[in-house]
Design a protein around this ligand. Structure first.
Ligand SMILES: Nc1ncnc2c1ncn2[C@@H]1O[C@H](COP(=O)(O)OP(=O)(O)OP(=O)(O)O)[C@@H](O)[C@H]1O
Ligand code: SF4
Ligand SMILES: [Mg+2]
Length: 365
């Protein structure tokens, strides 16, 4: 019934651009094997990321954004494992890489910036030492002199004043915003093809957030990297992204441009998300949080993952997973409501819905 799915969607854009994506995530499933059972944190995510583009990944806490990022980097907790799918870097499957190849990928090709820079900076070494060591390990700057000169350049690039003096300081002598700038410098040290920024500004105040995002945008233009920008705050990143994927319960429920997501949302979860954050369309309205709790990842619903919280859930939503439907050029959503609208227009919805549930009842008997 679906006009397309993520793989064909990816195929269309690849055909249009005739370009191999720098990263292609295909039907990714990642689980954690805990004492309570299998926590299905990521359930069949697909997306393509092209050189020089910014992909926004948005969704509420626990929707699987970081697990997706960590699956790509293969830095999952010990109990976590990619159980299905492919992660292709320039066409090569990262899941088939050896440990050594993966270390090289993490060091040279792909960098990650975490939400809290203190988790990545070592408090007992100076900023200069840490930057120099990263450079000596992963780049052509092999001597202390070369590495220091490059570190100073990088600190300047990310807007750290008096970099020569700052090199001799320890992380605790930097403010939160400055530490995040250092992390960006560190992430850029190896001139990666891909930069994954996992909530890079959440811990910072609004003005600093804007400065850091602006900085990332500038550097992205200068260096031509592809960026995955992970956030739970759609409003913050929208202006930076070429494409946004909206995640719910470990799956992508909608994908499109920022305009598609803001002005033409086609999934009930995205609509709820937009009602819960201030934006240009609801400035005079009261913000409404999405009621209910996130799904239990130990027991994923058979139908739509959002059905227990959706005001417009229909019988079919409880029974069958909605497939990704084409809404408009490059805009896709997985919501039965779109199928219903199409079928209603053809006068066929009631017939299809009842025949689907009848088939299920027959199968259950
Ligand atoms: N080490 C782990 N063991 C068991 N389950 C885990 C583990 N790490 C993550 N999960 C599960 O995966 C789900 C998704 O986690 P993830 O960190 O990707 O969420 P997120 O979308 O990044 O949320 P946030 O916005 O809070 O960072 C969590 O709700 C949790 O149930
Ligand atoms: S598929 Fe059904 S339950 Fe899911 S978001 Fe759409 S209308 Fe709501
Ligand atoms: Mg996270």
């Amino acid at each position: 019934m679906a006009e397309t799915n993520a793989n064909t969607a990816a195929g269309v854009s690849a055909a249009e651009t005739k370009e191999i994506p720098v990263l292609s995530v295909q039907d990714l499933h990642t689980s954690f094997f805990t004492d309570n059972g299998e926590v299905k944190a990521v359930n069949g995510i697909s997306f393509d990321l092209y050189k020089g583009k910014v992909l926004g990944v948005v969704g509420e806490s626990g929707s699987g954004k970081s697990v997706t990022a960590y699956s790509i980097m293969q830095i999952l907790a010990e109990t976590g494992r990619v159980v299905e799918g492919k992660i292709l870097y320039k066409g090569q499957d990262l899941l088939k890489y050896s440990k050594r190849q993966m270390e090289a990928f993490r060091g040279d090709k792909c960098s990650i910036i975490f939400q809290d820079p203190m988790t990545s900076l070592n408090p007992v070494f100076t900023i200069g030492y840490q930057l120099n060591e990263a450079l000596k390990l992963h780049t052509k700057y092999k001597t202390n002199k070369e590495a220091s000169a490059r570190s100073i350049e990088l600190l300047k690039m990310v807007g750290v004043n008096e970099p020569e003096r700052r090199m001799k300081q320890y992380p605790h002598e930097f403010s939160g915003g400055m530490r995040q700038r250092v992390m960006i410098a560190m992430a850029l040290a190896c001139e990666p093809d891909i930069l994954i920024a996992d909530e890079p500004t959440t811990a910072l105040d609004v003005t600093i957030q804007a400065q850091i995002l602006e900085l990332m945008k500038d550097l992205q233009k200068q260096l031509g990297m592809a960026i995955i920008l992970v956030t739970h705050d759609l409003g913050v990143i929208a202006s930076m992204c070429d494409e946004i994927i909206v995640m719910y319960g470990g799956s992508v429920c909608e994908r499109g441009t920022a305009d598609d997501i803001f002005y033409r949302p086609a999934h009930e979860y995205t609509k709820g998300l937009l009602r819960s954050i201030p934006n240009i369309n609801n400035m005079k309205e009261k913000l409404v949080p999405i009621s209910g709790s996130p799904i239990n990842l130990l027991n994923i619903p058979r139908g739509c993952a959002f059905c227990t919280r959706c005001e417009n859930a229909m019988k079919i939503c409880l029974e069958e997973k909605p497939q990704e439907e084409l809404i408009g050029d490059g805009h896709y959503a997985s919501c039965w409501m779109n199928v219903r609208k199409k079928l209603e227009a053809e006068g066929a919805f009631e017939k299809t819905a009842s025949s689907t549930s009848q088939k299920r009842e027959e199968a259950a008997e």
